[in-house]
Design a protein around this ligand. Sequence first.
Ligand code: ADP
Ligand code: NA
Length: 335
Amino acid sequence: MIVVSGIQPTGNLHLGNYLGAIRNWVKMQDEIDADGRCLFFLADLHAISQPHDPAELRTGTLEMAAALVACGLDPSRCVLFNQAQVPAHAELQWLLMGTARMGWLNRMTQWKDKAGKNREGQSAALFSYPVLQAADVLLYQTTHVPVGEDQKQHLELARDIAQKFNNDFASEDEPVFTLPDPFIPPAAARIMSLRDGSKKMSKSDPSEMSRIALADDADTMAQKVKKAKTDPEPLPSEVEGLSDRPEALNLVTIYAALANTTPEDVLAQHGGAGFGQFKPALAEVLVETLGPIRNRFVDLKDDREQLDAILARGAAQARELGTPTLDAAYQALGL
Ligand code: ADP
Ligand code: NA
């Protein structure tokens, strides 16, 4: 089993990123590395398909790498790298561009959504980045790709490209590419703003109080929980009682995710409590679980030397793992 997954190199990481994305990777590593190999990459090449700030991309990439390691990704158990340091991703994309059809790319719903009515004004990279995604996985003979609903179509495209390439350029008994299967990752929590239960917690929210940042110290975390918007009712003892109380539901969801339990269990324990009681309990769980991660993150994110070393090592491993497939693709094409 070979699993490959990429993440956008965002900076200003928050509790939503941790519970909704990063922690899932750590779970995947823990489940898969026993009988296979995990490759995790920071999708910095993808980031240039839309307007971006180069300085922010650089710090975002390093911050995301630091967060992944601080949260428990172990660079000795998985291959952790950023795309830009493994030129084979961009090379293989170009080789696959000869196989991908314009019509296939035109049908991608993400392209249609992101381009909207202004297709002519989009970068060619935005149109063709599903081919880079295909290269990302086909380069490593990946067998399984964790995909959410929104990425299923792109994985189908990768399979179509692999199949057509194998048909057109390889012999049946020696295909160049493995067709990857989808793999449903563990369900992730969706965390809402602490100031407005109808909005997702996000780095782009102008209010700092709306999110717990991964870099917040214990006092700041506790303060933000204390100030979180709530209603005057005590907690119910059943989850159904939270159906029209989005802020209360969000705090219970956060508690359950951090304590690795269910909202049902949280309410079994805290039902009947008012927020004057529940918020300090939540702050305690938050500081207990996120505190050690926060400390590792803050140390590592400014340790440029160590981060560079981690990413360089991962890139060297990835280059080695990808070379046979890249060579085979060149060869098959007569290059
Ligand atoms: P933001 O919304 O802060 O800009 P991104 O869009 O950069 O976050 O998301 C990075 C990753 O974190 C994605 O995998 C996304 O699904 C996850 N994520 C972001 N915000 C949340 C949230 N509030 N709850 C759960 N997951 C989230
Ligand atoms: Na976003």
